[in-house]
Each structure stands twice: as structure tokens, then as C-alpha cells.
Design a protein around this ligand. Structure first.
Ligand SMILES: Cc1cc2nc3c(=O)[nH]c(=O)nc-3n(C[C@H](O)[C@H](O)[C@H](O)COP(=O)(O)O)c2cc1C
Length: 177
């Protein structure tokens, strides 16, 4: 069985809730995803997984959620070469439109040089923000799924389900159910 590990950090619970919904969407297609708070994670566990999904909210004008920030040295020491990775971030596009899901950009900057196979890039269509560290050079996509529980909570479930369907295809995971 493919070992899929989702690691999240959270201050007020939104990223954990999104993680559980992602887990459920994979489960609906017959795939088990282990979810783990970054506080409980280790570099060995990351190195063991076949597929990694990382979720991080952005705080305080482009800041990284503090538990993820504390984990940075371990993440930097992980062996991610050839490993399939996807990113998602929680943010507020109207309240912090110059820094929308910046933490996803931070994760991408660490992981991309490690030659991970990063999937789950996500269109900017349907969002309204000025800038993001997670924005691609062509500015048409983000380096991971953006969930905005503050301004567009009614779209979160649909976005999560569409993203998981995209990941199943991009990760070439057969529908197991
Ligand atoms: C003081 C404060 C600062 C924030 N800063 C940002 C930010 O810079 N960029 C962003 O996209 N969202 C920002 N947010 C929105 C949070 O990321 C959002 O509420 C998120 O859902 C929180 O996730 P969590 O509950 O998992 O911690 C901020 C929210 C607050 C209250």
C-alpha cells in the first residue's frame, strides 16, 4: 500500500480541519492518508513516506505558522529526492492580499531544490489577491491549494475535492475502491 503522510500545523484549527477533509476525500477513493501535527513529526517519518502532503497557514503578514517554522531544520535535512509532494495553505485573501498563503511559497522554496516531484499546483482563478510568495512566475497558478476559510469558506469543500481528484491523477494513484 502507498504510504501517504499529511503533515499540518495550525494555530486556530482551520488547517487541521482542511487536513481531515483531504483525508476523507482520499478515503472516499479507497486510499488511506495518515494525518499528523507537525509537532509530532520527525524527519525519519518523512523519509519513510511514499507521498507527502504538507499544509501550513500564513500568519502575521507573510509569517510561517510557528510549529512549522520550528520544524524547518528537520525539513531541510529530509531526503525528498524523487518523492511525490503536494502543498496546501490556509489564508485570508482580502485581509492579507499582499501575503496570501505565503507559507506555501516558503515550503516550496525549501522542497523544490531537493528535487522532490511537486504536484497539486493550483490555478489562481476564483481568488482575488494582490501578491503571494506562492505565486508562480507566470502568475497563473499557486504552488499548492489555497483554502480561505475567512472569505470563501463556502468554496472549501469543492476545492478540496477537486484538488484531491487532481492529486489522484497526478500521483497516478488508481482508484482503489
Ligand atoms: C493576525 C492575523 C494575521 C494573518 N496573516 C495572514 C497572512 O499574512 N496571509 C494570509 O494569507 N493569511 C493570514 N491570516 C489568515 C489566517 O492564515 C487564516 O485565518 C487561517 O485560516 C488560519 O489557519 P489556522 O486556523 O490553521 O491557524 C492572518 C490572520 C490573522 C488573524
Amino acid at each position: 500500500m502507498t504510504d501517504i503522510l499529511l503533515v499540518f500545523g495550525t494555530d486556530t484549527g482551520n488547517t487541521e480541519e482542511a487536513a481531515e477533509k483531504i483525508q476523507q476525500a482520499f478515503s472516499d477513493e479507497g486510499h488511506f492518508v495518515e494525518i499528523m501535527d507537525v509537532n509530532d513529526c520527525s524527519v525519519d517519518r518523512i523519509n519513510d513516506a511514499d507521498i507527502l502532503i504538507f499544509g501550513c497557514p500564513t500568519w502575521d503578514f507573510g509569517g510561517i505558522q510557528e510549529d512549522w517554522e520550528a520544524f524547518q531544520p528537520e525539513l531541510e535535512s529530509a531526503d525528498l529526492e524523487g518523492k511525490r509532494v503536494a502543498l496546501f495553505g490556509l489564508g485570508d485573501q482580502f485581509g492579507y492580499g499582499d501575503y496570501f498563503i505565503d507559507a506555501v511559497g516558503w515550503l516550496h522554496e525549501i522542497i523544490h531544490p531537493k528535487k522532490a516531484i511537486i504536484k497539486g499546483y493550483w490555478s489562481t482563478e476564483g481568488y482575488d489577491f494582490t501578491d503571494s510568495r506562492a505565486l508562480s512566475e507566470c502568475k497563473t497558478f499557486l504552488y499548492g491549494l489555497a483554502i480561505d476559510e475567512d472569505q470563501q469558506f463556502e468554496q472549501s469543500d469543492e476545492r478540496i475535492n477537486a484538488w484531491v481528484a487532481q492529486l489522484l491523477s497526478e500521483f497516478q494513484l488508481e482508484e482503489a475502491a
